[in-house]
Design a protein around this ligand. Structure first.
Ligand SMILES: Cc1cc2nc3c(=O)[nH]c(=O)nc-3n(C[C@H](O)[C@H](O)[C@H](O)COP(=O)(O)O)c2cc1C
Length: 404
């Protein structure tokens, strides 16, 4: 049997194989954030495809931390019945499920949340929305921390097997960790220790509300790729070491933020599809910016492996979940055999082929068919539901225009 199908434990949670569906925003929740039947159906299908651990798309912990209109929410107890349905469908098909919780911080749109998006520091340009951030007050910071803890309690109530804190891709926790996004000089900034404090508070308080059988995972950026230095692999290694000391049970490593989203998803830059999402007055500028990116983010199998090799020695036996361009069975097997990673995490391949793992297991497939065209990513600001748009792109206007 391939090493990919050997079970492995994250703390006390046993996962039946080494495959993880990396969190993937689906654009399938209600406008209120509640779970829909379509969202449940999608996850039941993924579980039927034999993926060991499924992480649904990021769930916002507070209305001001919402990134998109059809994102799943976990900011209120009214979400719990729908979230339970999601968990039950995944469990019924034999997979484990972790909920990823997030606050978008400055990476949202004033039109969506009704006020200026706030992060650790003000006057920082969000290049996606083309808006400047506002600096959070002490009270606002405490409110977001509380929102994470309340959301963690809801994850437990929903029956999910694990929690993942989203500390990657430029969202609020990443913003506090990053010297680029966090320019504060108070207790929350000014040194690595201070920039780590926000995440530390969340981890320590979350651990207190978790039963001992519910592991706490984190998705961490190893490189922000911001105009000035943000998180780098060596800083991520330092943070990983501190996280292990706080009792984190597994680390998924990723990279990229709003300034460099195609580092997160290496491959093509679908500039026409992105231009479609913005209002007329922004189209020529958006085309100019994104067209210039074409050819600069070429796909490479396992593009976060180099960073994984820096992080792994810091975390010892704590499982490392590797994401980013994993496509070929032999490549994945080598990662596990060489102990560079303990889990193989994928996003785009499962959008195209929910049965990929089953097919690999049955010897029907050696490689994912995903070609990293990134149209699935461009679907998000267009408000199209998540699916593989490689062969056909819907031209009709659907989005809830997020832009000012
Ligand atoms: C459509 C889409 C939605 C995504 N949504 C999330 C998300 O909700 N949370 C997250 O941590 N990453 C998200 N990602 C990033 C993926 O989880 C993953 O890190 C990235 O796509 C690289 O892995 P891949 O090469 O297997 O696609 C998303 C990616 C895509 C393409």
């Amino acid at each position: 049997m391939s090493v990919l199908f050997e079970p492995y434990k994250i703390s006390k949670m046993e996962v039946k194989n080494r495959f993880v569906r990396s969190a993937t925003h689906e654009n399938l929740a209600k406008n209120s954030g509640e779970v829909t039947d379509e969202l449940v159906k999608l996850h039941r299908t993924l579980a039927k495809g034999d993926i060991g651990l499924i992480i649904p798309g990021y769930m916002y912990v507070h209305p001001l931390g919402r990134a998109y209109s059809y994102q799943t929410g976990i900011y209120d107890d009214k979400m719990i019945p729908g979230l339970k349905k999601l968990v039950n469908a995944i469990h019924e098909e034999g997979s484990k499920v972790a909920f990823q919780i997030v606050h978008a911080g400055m990476y949202t749109f004033s039109k969506l949340i009704g006020t200026t998006p706030a992060g650790p520091s003000g006057e920082i340009m969000n290049p996606v929305a083309v808006e400047y951030s506002k600096e959070m007050t002490e009270d606002e910071i405490q409110t977001t921390i509380e929102a994470f803890i309340k959301a963690a309690k809801r994850v437990v109530e929903s029956g999910a097997d694990a929690i993942q804190l989203h500390a990657a891709h430029g969202y609020l926790i990443n913003q506090f960790l990053s010297p680029f996004y966090n320019r504060r000089q108070d207790n929350w900034g000014g040194s690595d220790e201070n920039r780590f404090r926000y995440l530390k508070e969340i981890v320590v308080k979350t651990k207190k509300v978790l039963p001992s059988n519910v592991p706490l995972l984190i998705k961490l950026n190893t490189h922000d790729y911001t105009p000035d230095e943000g998180i780098t692999p060596s800083l991520a290694a330092k943070y990983s070491n501190w996280l292990i000391k706080l009792g984190i049970d597994a680390i998924e490593i990723s990279c990229g933020s709003g300034y460099s989203i195609f580092n997160m998803c290496r491959g093509e830059v679908p500039f026409r599809e992105i231009v479609q999402a913005v209002p007329d007055y922004m189209k020529s500028m958006t085309e100019y910016v994104y067209k210039d990116m074409v050819g600069k983010f070429n796909f490479e199998e396992g593009y976060n492996l180099k960073a994984a090799k820096i992080i792994k020695p810091q975390i010892g036996d704590i499982p490392l979940i590797l994401v980013g361009g994993l496509r070929t069975k032999t490549f994945m097997e080598d990662l596990i055999k060489n102990k560079y990673a303990d889990f193989i995490s994928m996003s785009r391949p499962f959008i195209r082929e929910p049965f990929l793992v089953k097919n690999i297991k049955e010897g029907k497939q050696e490689r994912a068919a995903c070609i990293s065209c990134n149209r699935c990513l461009a679907a998000i600001p267009n408000d199209y539901p998540i699916k593989c748009y490689t062969n056909k792109w819907p031209e009709e206007k659907k989005q809830t225009c997020y832009f000012p």
